[in-house]
Design a protein around this ligand. Structure first.
Ligand code: ZN
Length: 63
């Protein structure tokens, strides 16, 4: 699986699943480049922060 993040500024980061799994069998997604995108925990989900233009995106996770 590949998840692609593309910022409005054009900064693009691919997340790859390399087959590593946690104790529930779920695959870990790993960023190809931690220097271009920062993931932070938000109030109710995840915040993507572009390190190029400093734009931030909030992704709400389930209850
Ligand atoms: Zn950006």
């Amino acid at each position: 699986m590949i998840l692609v993040f593309t910022c409005e500024c054009g900064n693009r980061v691919d997340f790859h699943a390399f087959g590593d799994r946690d104790e529930h069998g779920r695959q870990w997604l790993e960023s190809e480049d931690d220097d271009r995108l920062t993931l932070r925990r938000g109030e109710d989900g995840v915040v993507f922060a572009c390190t190029f233009c400093k734009e931030t995106y909030r992704l709400q996770a389930g209850n």
